[in-house]
Write a new protein. Sequence first.
Length: 433
Amino acid sequence: MTKPSIESPEPELVDSLNLDWVRAQFPSLSQRINGHPAAFLDGPGGTQVPQRVIDAVSNYLRTNNANTCGAYVTSRNTDQIIAGARSVMADFLGCDADEIVFGPNMTTLTFAISRAIGRELGPGDEVLLTHLDHDANISPWRALEERGVKIQFADIREEDCTLNMDDLASKINSRTKVVAVGYASNAVGTINDVKTIVHLAHAAGAMAYIDAVHYAPHGAIDVRELDCDFLACSTYKFFGPHMGVLYSKREHLSRLQPYKVRANTNAVPQRWEWGTLNHECIAGITACVEYLAELGRENPQSSIRGQALQAAFSRREALKAAYRGIQAHERNLMKRMLRGLTEIAGLKLYGISDPAGINSRCPTFAIRIDGHTPLELATRLGEHGIFTWDGNYYAINLTERLGVEKHGGFLRIGLVHYNSVEEVDRVLELLRG
């Protein structure tokens, strides 16, 4: 089976971003903690947002704060803002606007889909999960055990925290109804071969549900190419506000029966959106995707040069260009981080550590150091203005599987494209201790 990877940058791209331009978009990066520059290495738990997202949220509340479907201007403006955000997210994921559903977060949306699918399942049916996943793509499916559904788990290779694809393939059979898997691990950074997994699921007549929350900041997503049935992500993980977004093939949104209030429309996709949505954050979603598109169009080290060429590029093309630059920059950070971590005495890295496998991981590093708990490490780093996470990050199946849950889990260092080489060096210096 093919190794998953983030697509390589095109040859004409310089292997770095204009980091000064990028960082200038994010006002929070200018903060200082105890005299130290703030270094946000907590991206997997939620990224910082560019000024335009702050402005979009504020401007909506200032000028268009209203509920939908009203016979007056601010309500009609709100309708247009939501429709525009669907179109923007359709460009982000490579689908149609009516295949986009908004919700509070990925977890809530996944519970909505699992409950609807569960209406059609019963004893003898199976759902296949993995030990590598965030609990948001495990517990919603395990809830179906109440209906007699059998939950299977694909195992991992402990030495590098990658999925055991042979084990996964062997557990897909004629009784499998759903294969739910993460695009990338939020704990150890592994990128899964989701295209192959989708193919295996469909070959057995099962649906494929992809959790792309952790992958979305790091690589372009094309749901048509993947052919997945569902894909969920959270915009606060890719430089936007706290919201969740679900892609589903139109046929599933129409056929499956959601649990909803009677007064809600049966139209797709609105039948999957219950109650009043977070309109100001939906306005922010458009702004965060437009930021990424501008990164592709305007960044001086992008392949898109000149006003005429920029104008000819669609938003989708600009997003792909942005991610090529992001990936190149993040690879440089990963190489430096991997090299530094392997030189620290008593440090254990969980996940892919071989530089040859760098295209199969995100710049997310889970570590433990002898003699220190993850909380102690995170606290010390935080006092020096470096923000990291400790614990299990809701990837509790993985921390239990690796035997670290009862010992405080991991220290997680999570990089995104606004992070710098200098920040990598700062954290390595402090970890050396």
